[in-house]
Write a protein that binds this ligand. Structure first.
Ligand code: C6P
Length: 407
């Protein structure tokens, strides 16, 4: 597998932006889609479109097979003991809301502690804040150190205060920090806390084995894994899914409805109210196949090489400060930086003139921005199709930004 072969599979990478070849470095926000995914969704609508689990006609059976086949592929990707433990959602945000609402509402009460970290995305803060408001539980944010790693001693102390749940990200969407998830889960379990892991930025980058990690819930989002928008998934331990109540009601998730009593369908249908994202599941299945065909050996090694190339080159740009770990050992190719007093939106506007797509803003991580002492950052983030020449283009564009802003 070579980057050139991979790039040929992504039609959008051929386009120009502002008269320059596109340099897409906004993969932390969403990745581009390979032909395999685009074609799988196209084929679904051309050849199979029907609702799932509802009809006994041929098309409905085909659509159901595709949808359930996607669940099996996701289970395989995550190392889940059974596809029945995988619930499809709209995205990882919906996945985390599901756990916070369904598990949280039943298990949290006044004074109970919810442990999060300072590097969480709002998707892993706001749902917990909402359930805390309803139940009287309290949020605590485990701190990070100055290099953007979790402060392990502070986590040990926070766990000793007996939180009911510890919800944290596997990889930070701002700092790129890769957290020691296995150790954190073991420590949290020993302290009696439920563990919920946000895998939005990890699942696209390296193999994740939920059984080996020992988590209770682990969610991710399809569109960062080269798949379509509109679908995500969450794996949870079977006993937990059986135990908790659904928080959304409607068709498909019931066993029997009478005026007096409603009973739920079996897991995972119990948590999938209404018509699910079927075409998106077909696309996600193709994305899982695509990632497995390319192989995480390649993806992980390639992105690490890009990151190892980019970090020192960025550090050479006068006035540029990188946030997060400066080694590639426990960080991924998600690099946030600040350019001497220039607003990140202005930086990214200049980069856009060079065809370079990055993200600027608070990255839905305002607690982290406050900790870093900034309102926003500029962020470049890599995927399997990026190449070192694109890092060079980014660096040239940053020098141009320095010239324009008189630095
Ligand atoms: N981060 C970014 O540019 P959804 O929107 O549900 O697909 O993903 C939410 C989410 C949750 N956790 C982490 C760690 C994430 O990075 C994201 C999405 C994008 O950083 C969009 S804000």
């Amino acid at each position: 597998m070579s980057v050139t072969t991979i790039r040929e599979q992504f039609p959008v990478l051929d386009r120009e932006v502002k008269g320059r070849p596109l340099t897409y470095l906004d993969n932390g926000a969403t990745s581009q889609k390979p032909l395999a995914v685009i074609e799988a969704m196209d084929a679904y609508y051309r050849e199979h479109n029907a609702n799932v689990h509802r009809g006994v006609h041929q098309l409905s059976e085909e659509a159901t097979d595709l949808y359930e086949g996607a669940r099996a592929k996701v289970a395989g990707l995550l190392g889940a003991p059974s596809p029945r433990e995988v619930v499809f959602t709209r995205n990882v945000t919906a996945a985390l809301n599901l756990v916070a609402q369904s598990w949280g509402a039943a298990n949290l009460g006044p004074g109970d502690r919810i442990l999060l970290t300072e590097m969480e995305h709002h998707a892993n803060i706001v749902p917990w804040y909402m359930v805390a408001q309803r139940t009287g539980a309290e949020l605590e944010f485990a701190p990070i150190d100055d290099e953007g790693r979790l402060d392990r001693a502070a986590i040990t102390e926070a766990l000793a205060r007996g939180p009911k749940v510890f919800a944290f990200t596997h990889v930070s969407n701002v700092l790129g920090t890769k957290n020691p998830v296995e150790d954190l889960i073991a420590e949290a379990k020993a302290a009696g806390a439920l563990t919920v892991v946000d895998g939005a930025q990890s699942v696209p980058k390296f193999p994740v084995d939920v059984a080996a990690l020992g988590a209770d819930f682990y969610g991710f989002t399809g569109h960062k894994l080269y798949g379509p928008t509109g679908i995500g998934a969450i794996w949870g331990r079977r006993e937990l899914w059986e135990e908790i109540e659904p928080f959304e009601g409607g068709g498909s998730m019931i066993n029997k409805v009478t005026p007096e009593k409603i009973t739920w369908a079996a897991v995972p249908a119990k948590f999938e109210a209404g018509t699910p994202p079927i075409a998106e599941a077909a696309g996600l299945a193709a994305a899982v196949d695509w990632v497995q065909e390319v192989g995480f050996d390649f993806i992980e090694r390639h992105e690490r090489e890009l990151t190892a190339y980019a970090l020192p080159r960025l550090a050479e740009v006068p006035g540029l400060t990188i946030f997060g770990p400066e080694t590639t050992e426990d960080r991924e190719g998600i690099i946030s930086f600040e350019l001497d007093g220039v607003h990140p939106h202005d930086v990214s506007e200049i980069l856009d003139r060079h065809g370079v797509a990055v993200r600027a803003g608070h990255h839905c991580a305002q607690i982290l921005m406050r900790r870093l002492g900034v309102a926003a950052t500029t962020r470049a983030s890599f995927a399997a199709y990026n190449q070192t020449s694109e890092v060079d283009t980014l660096i040239e564009a940053l020098h141009d930004a320095r010239r324009i802003f008189g630095l």
